[in-house]
Design a protein around this ligand. Sequence first.
Ligand code: FE
Length: 267
Amino acid sequence: MEGAGVKLKRAFGQDHPKLDPFLLLDDFHSDNPEDYIAGFPWHPHRGIETITYMLHGKIKHEDSLGNAGVIESGDVQWMTAGNGIIHQEMPERAEGLMGGFQLWANLPSSHKMMNPRYRDIKKEDIPEIEVGGAKIKIICGEVKGTKGPVQDIITEPEYLDITITQDSEFVHRVKKGHNVFAYVIQGEGYFNLEHNPLLNKDNLILFEDGDVIKISTEDSLLRFLLISGKPIGEPVAWHGPIVMNTQEEIRTAFTEYREGTFIRYTG
Ligand code: FE
């Protein structure tokens, strides 16, 4: 349970050297409004980026920069909290399924206190390319010369939504030294050369360091997120929605939040 009572599955939520610069991946999907309607009322963030990718349903958001809007099915919101943002993320009651992901990416000490930045990306602005038996939605990063709409992010992330047809193989070059993980959305497939184990929905796969990954399918199609980024390698002090380098910085942030001086930049 997170926010005001949203039922979700946390694929990971820790400071781990194999996941750095990423801190958390929440997978929320439900066809019961009681699981999600309470939403995430007003709360602060500092020192990180939050990336929301909706697959089904709608989330209404508002923030201290004056942004307000609706993230709809297929849209992405890439929010750099930097020195501080206060926002709310409230699901809209809808027929049927609500589903999506929220990823947290850490910022290095040099950029934790940058001014907040907000990017609202519509479904139609996310390019989709076909490579062999794979369809790739490029949210961030570059594949075969096609760049995703989210650019100039400090940790050089790649965020891809990939669907591979059955009986096919997907080979992808990754930057050496970057951490890479996959999260299965639908179907099943193999994420290593040994073709074992067969992995399916809700599995999180962490890759070893290298420059090429190979993912293959047999009888089923496979849809997954493929995310990578450059590790930061700094100490992490983390309390709730605020992630800094030291406990002192965490205390300062919460004191400022209580005293109403948390927001440094209002646009
Ligand atoms: Fe938030």
